[in-house]
Design a protein around this ligand. Structure first.
Ligand code: ADP
Ligand code: MG
Length: 278
């Protein structure tokens, strides 16, 4: 066992074509400590999703990957697909932006959690898997889980569907959870609830978390280390607090300025008030 759960070195992803290598992730380095939470932040197109797919070994066709990705001391890039499959879902799980596209509309959520669980555990009966599914749904605070387990995805709200996805992930007891824009499709209050849930799960299970988002506000509460990316390049990285209080790169400052702050809004209201009073 090493203290570093995930070590990424020189990770480069490109889509080579006639015009050249078309690099979309350029020599990325970062570490995730065991039980740590890392935020990857950057605007759309900065290479965040390609980074997470590279870790999962799920890059789209035509992508070329170089560099090193060590998970718990094992070089993932050297693993044959068959061996990688036993890491995916089981030890490393991924939560995507749109839970609808990851859930099959024709099966109940319970069936899907059970199938996912049983595909990674041998000799599990349906009854046992069902109990695991209900327990996982309870852990993500889906009320009345024993009844809701038999409902279909469309019977859940967006936030509840994301909870179902997190329950599915949890049932596998992964050591690393990669959440790629898990709250982007949700409204602000629901976003906060899902982030709280991710933080709670991390504290409960000790799983490492990589939280990917275009929104610096989202990573502020949940992560302890932040990697800022732009157009495939690593702009800067450091402890979350330092990134917020003392950003080194103008790009990070720009992202920070885009984060609405409650005191700013109060300030704005005051200004409007004074102007009106004139
Ligand atoms: N299949 C593909 N072929 C060519 N380029 C792609 C492909 N998929 C993604 N890209 C490009 O890779 C870049 C990074 O994409 P992505 O990692 O999805 O960004 P982010 O998640 O930060 O928004 C983008 O410029 C995107 O257009
Ligand atoms: Mg993305």
């Amino acid at each position: 066992m090493t203290d570093t759960l995930l070590q990424v070195r020189g990770l480069t992803v490109g889509f080579p074509n006639a015009n050249g290598p078309n690099t979309v992730v350029n020599s990325l380095d970062f570490d995730l400590a065991r039980g740590g939470a890392l935020g990857i932040v950057g605007e759309s197109g900065s290479g965040k999703s390609m980074t997470s797919l590279a870790i999962m070994g799920l890059l789209p066709k035509g992508a070329e990957r170089t560099g090193s990705i060590a998970f718990d001391g094992t070089e993932l890039t050297a693993l044959p697909e068959r061996a990688m499959r036993s890491y995916r879902g089981d030890r490393i799980a991924m939560i995507f932006q749109d839970p609808l596209s990851s859930l099959n509309p024709y099966y109940t959520v319970g069936t899907q959690i059970m199938e996912a669980y049983r595909s990674h555990r041998t000799g599990v009966t349906r009854r046992q898997a069902r109990a695991v599914a209900i327990e996982a749904m309870e852990r993500v605070h889906i009320g009345d889980a024993a009844r809701r387990v038999d409902h279909y995805p469309h019977q859940f709200s967006g936030g509840m569907r994301q909870r179902v996805m997190i329950a599915m992930t949890l049932s596998m007891e992964p050591e690393l959870i990669i959440a790629d824009e898990p709250t982007t499709a949700l409204d602000v209050t629901v976003q906060a609830q899902i982030l709280d849930l991710l933080a709670e799960i991390r504290a409960d299970t000790g799983a490492g978390l990589v939280l990917i988002t275009h929104d610096l506000a989202v990573v502020s509460e949940v992560t302890d280390h932040i990697v800022v990316m732009r157009d495939g390049d690593l702009v800067e990285q450091g402890p979350a607090e330092r990134i917020f209080t003392d950003p080194q790169a103008p790009y990070t400052r720009m992202l920070l300025d885009a984060v609405p702050r409650i005191d700013d809004e109060i300030g704005l209201l005051r200004t409007m008030h004074t102007e009106e009073g004139r």
